[in-house]
Design a protein around this ligand. Structure first.
Ligand SMILES: [Zn+2]
Length: 379
């Protein structure tokens, strides 16, 4: 495992490529930010909006996929209040939405927008979650498929041609240069950067999950998007993206952070809408040898708010454990017990990072220089 010399991301993280100078592609993209002519991009954005104003049915100018998190509140604020666009907001309702997630979604609804909350059949969600846990070691795949497909299909159904996403993951967290520079999102982007692990939704068809069960999760084809003249854009392409700034704005609109501190990672204002998302991030521990703190600290370093040394100290003191509250919610939903969850997670431990020992799985070469034993990661 090789770590970036500037941030704390290792080359095991998908999308991260560390160059000869020891610096990762996400840091290089961030370092090039001042060279981006943001004023030109803003003007391009404003010119583009003119093409979409008043074009959707029922008077909608754009569609905004929202979770109720800080970023979605920022997206709505930008489009509705700054640019006077009339958005239709749509949420994929995760089966394990938290109380705080609902409260924050209500704050977004209070911004006076039309909002759709789309639930999928719970029994299918359950079977699909079991399948993706068992086959991909991921608790985040069904909800990512759901949120991507609901957004794009609702835009097609309502004939809304502008879909406004938040950041481009390829630009912010590592991806190819051409993907990072692309303002548009398409089916291929979803498979590559949308946490789907490059696997087609329909490929989950099996004895327990029918083709019909999966249709709502499937993504529209690029041809369908083209025929419907959908432009799905990243707001982060046109305006510099900073989760901390988004949080500051969201707070003014009634968004609440987690009062008991961060669930995982460094941010107490992120990853709090759904019990499954913290587990989705937790899986990275086994697969890539990182926790959410690595992601957050890397963003903080790139934005000049944290030194690399401080970040390593945070990693040392802030293990990205799996929280009982989240694990219990998942287990209750899919009918597993804790030991089954733990065995499933451990079965996805990357053998290049972890070695089995009598005391448990051990990782060598960790960024803090310490020997890491997996047993302490549950609370
Ligand atoms: Zn880096």
């Amino acid at each position: 495992m090789k770590y970036c010399a500037l941030c704390v991301q290792p080359d095991t993280r998908p999308g991260i490529v560390i160059g000869e100078d020891g610096v990762c592609n996400a840091c290089i993209q961030h370092r090039n930010r001042p060279q981006i002519d943001w004023e030109t991009r803003r003007l391009e954005f404003e010119a583009m909006l003119q093409k979409f104003r008043g074009r959707g049915v029922e008077g909608f100018d754009c569609l905004i996929p929202v979770s109720g998190g800080k970023d979605s509140i920022y997206q709505v604020f930008k489009m509705k209040y700054e640019y006077g666009m009339n958005p239709l907001c749509v949420t994929y309702r995760t089966p394990l939405r938290t109380e705080l997630g609902q409260k924050n979604l209500n704050a977004l609804i209070n911004m006076n927008v039309m909002h759709l909350d789309v639930s999928f059949p719970l029994d299918v969600e359950r079977r699909l979650l079991v399948k993706t846990m068992e086959e991909e070691g991921s608790a985040g795949i069904p909800c990512h498929m759901g949120l991507l497909s609901v957004a794009l299909k609702t835009a097609i159904r309502y004939k809304i041609q502008l879909v406004v996403w938040g950041e481009n993951a390829a630009q912010e967290y590592g991806g190819t240069v051409s993907d990072a520079k692309n303002p548009y999102m398409d089916r291929n982007w979803c498979l590559k950067y949308g946490c789907l692990q490059n696997r087609e939704p329909m490929s989950y068809q099996c004895e327990t999950i029918s083709e019909r069960d999966l249709i709502p999760y499937d993504l529209p084809s690029d041809q369908e998007l083209k025929d419907s003249r959908i432009a799905a854009i990243f707001l982060g392409h046109f305006f510099p993206w900073d989760p901390v700034e988004n949080y500051r704005l969201a707070q003014k609109m009634g968004f609440s952070k987690r009062s008991s501190g961060s669930v995982l990672g460094l941010y107490d204002f992120a990853d709090l809408d759904c019990h499954l998302i913290p587990i989705h991030h937790f899986t990275k521990w086994y697969k890539f040898g990182i926790g959410r703190t690595f992601d957050n600290a890397s963003v903080e370093i790139r934005n000049g708010r944290m030194s690399r040394e401080e970040a390593i100290n945070k990693i040392r003191n802030h293990r990205d454990i799996a929280w009982k509250e989240n694990v219990d919610a998942l287990c209750e939903f899919i009918g597993w017990d804790f030991s089954k969850f733990q065995a499933c997670m451990r079965s996805f431990a990357n053998p290049a990072l972890w070695r089995p020992t009598a005391e448990g799985l051990v990782m060598d070469g960790f960024i803090t220089g310490e020997k890491i034993v997996d047993t302490s990661l549950y609370e």
